[in-house]
Design a protein around this ligand. Structure first.
Ligand code: ADP
Length: 240
């Protein structure tokens, strides 16, 4: 009986997800269609340019949505264990830092990364490791206003490697915290949309952590900032 209940719940989740996906895809598509149709009747150059900009922005949004949906579906269906390798956290995060630093700087945000004084190793898929931290750092940058600060902090916590992504941005109020990792859940839809969010970033992070046998913890205060702490089993520690 318990299994049947479980299967039913899974089926419901799946059909809710399909309904959500259709809705999320339809919104930009409707906009693209509408502006493209109207475009041929518009003679004013400024108005045409404005419409073309909207069509471009909405196409970008569709691309991001489709990429995130494909990523989630791959995470569900592919076996990643064949790609597992020993990852040096200091080295990998340094690489991620250099990928994300220009985006932070462009927005007037200081991205800070300090190498940990020991080399910590975890076991996992290198690309997925990267993707997880890119999503978290990208969020920290998105939800932190100009002149803010985002820090990447590594530590060893009870045989677990711990990586904190800490920002001093807009924060998240208590009642939202437990739902953040749900697909398409956004605290503020309009804000997420305006910064290019899809509502799938944290769902992807959560899924990668399941594959890595890790976990995540969120501490946040509205208006003060947010810290996401990622815990991964540490398989080796070396002095540097
Ligand atoms: P999105 O694409 O909307 O950013 P995510 O799944 O990545 O979707 O995140 C879900 C929601 O969690 C976001 O819409 C935002 O409301 C909130 N959120 C995530 N990270 C942060 C953060 N660092 N600071 C404040 N809010 C955040």
């Amino acid at each position: 009986i318990q299994n049947i209940t479980k299967i039913r719940a899974l089926e419901k989740m799946r059909s809710d997800f399909v309904a959500n996906v259709s809705h999320e895809l339809r919104t930009p598509l409707t906009s693209i269609k509408g502006f493209a149709e109207t475009l041929k009747f518009v003679e004013d150059k400024n108005t045409r340019d404005k419409f073309l900009d909207i069509i471009y922005v909405e196409s970008e949004r569709l691309t991001r949505l489709i990429n995130d949906i494909l990523t989630l579906s791959e995470l569900e269906n592919k076996d990643y264990s064949a790609n597992f390798e020993k990852i040096n956290i200091n080295e990998s995060l340094e690489e991620i830092y250099s990928i994300m630093e220009p985006a932070a700087r462009n927005k007037g945000i200081k991205l800070i990364y300090e190498k940990y004084d020991k080399s910590l190793y975890i076991y996992g898929d290198r690309d997925k490791f990267k993707q997880m931290f890119i999503n978290l750092i990208d969020n920290a940058i998105k939800y932190t206003p100009k002149d803010g600060k985002v820090e990447i902090i590594i530590s060893l916590d009870n045989h677990m490697s711990r990586i904190d992504i800490k920002d001093n941005g807009i924060g998240i109020s208590k009642e939202h915290i437990s739902r953040l990792f749900e697909r398409f859940y956004r605290v503020d839809k309009a804000r997420s949309r305006s910064v290019g969010g899809t509502g799938l970033g944290l769902a992807i992070v959560k899924h990668i952590l399941t594959i890595f046998n890790g976990s995540i913890d969120v501490k946040s205060e509205s208006g003060k900032g947010t810290t996401f702490s990622v815990y991964l089993p540490c398989i080796d520690v070396k002095e540097v």
